[in-house]
Design a protein around this ligand. Structure first.
Ligand code: ATP
Ligand code: MG
Length: 252
């Protein structure tokens, strides 16, 4: 299919104030190259939807951004700083939070202990317990379950816990990998509502999402990956949904 609707990423001048930027990234696993010269800019305070078919390289891109995977070429910038060689935990300190597929919570720990583990010691001042209370205020669904084991929470509550943990680290950028996976539509609505609320506080969101129809109305920008290459990078409103999404995702 034609990619005429796609604006070449190279055509836009690099945004020095972007919350997150990947430039000319090549990455993969062993001998397999997954990302092929990928340029992605996530502007500060915006919601960016990262779309693409299964295996397109979305999770790999998030791993590169978070530092869990090193690119073989190219650079990663966080708020203007080159973090290409910065380990994941230091990127967290710089305000980046990834909620991975499967959520990454500790199932055998309680809600409170999961939150405590993510209370940044570098914050100082605020007591751990106060920080945990602050997070539970923002996610009231967890309030009454603070002593429950995380593994006994529903899928939606686990997702809330993952978000609450992110929130505790005072992030500037949150990346979510298929946050709605396996959740009922109503729960997905609730989570998207919390995401909208977070976005109004000036947070930057990078969302990998299967529910294209839900994510597009809230996205400021869309990046579409096809077999490791960016084939669309632009406004969600300019997206030729029928051809681009239908052609690349098979959802049209
Ligand atoms: N740990 C790994 N080792 C080797 N190959 C991998 C690994 N993880 C992913 N891949 C391969 O890299 C390619 C991209 O995978 P990735 O998980 O980034 O895709 P995705 O767009 O997130 O797909 P999905 O929508 O299914 O989650 C796939 O071909 C996959 O098989
Ligand atoms: Mg994935």
């Amino acid at each position: 299919m034609s990619t005429e609707t796609a604006s070449a990423p190279e055509a836009t001048a690099p945004d020095k104030h972007a919350a997150l930027r990947l430039d000319a990234v090549i990455a993969g696993y062993g001998r397999t190259t997954v990302l092929r010269d990928v340029n992605v800019t996530v502007p500060a305070g915006k919601i960016v939807a990262l779309l693409g078919a299964n295996g397109a390289g979305k999770t790999t891109l998030l791993r590169i951004a978070s530092g869990m995977l090193r690119p073989t070429a190219g650079t990663v910038h966080l708020g203007g700083d080159d973090v290409t060689r910065t380990p994941p935990h230091q990127r967290v300190r710089k305000g980046l939070c990834l909620i991975p597929e499967g959520r990454g919570i500790f199932r055998d720990l309680t809600v409170t202990d999961n939150l405590r583990l993510f209370t940044p010691p570098w914050e100082g001042g605020e007591r751990r317990a106060d920080a945990v209370d602050r997070a539970l205020d923002v996610f009231p669904a967890l309030q009454t379950r603070r002593g429950h084991l995380a593994g006994h929470l529903s899928g939606g509550q686990q997702q809330m816990l993952a978000l609450a943990r992110c929130y505790l680290a005072n992030p500037r950028v949150i990346m979510l990998d298929e946050v709605s996976l396996g959740l009922a539509p109503k729960v997905v609505d609730e989570i998207f509502e919390s995401l909208r609320t977070l976005a109004t506080t000036g947070l930057t969101l990078l969302l990998v999402e299967q529910y294209v129809n839900r994510v597009l109305p809230m996205a400021d920008k869309v990046v579409l990956l096809d077999r490791g290459q960016v084939v669309y990078d632009g406004d969600a409103t300019d997206l030729d949904e029928e051809t681009v999404l239908g052609g690349y995702l098979g959802t049209g």
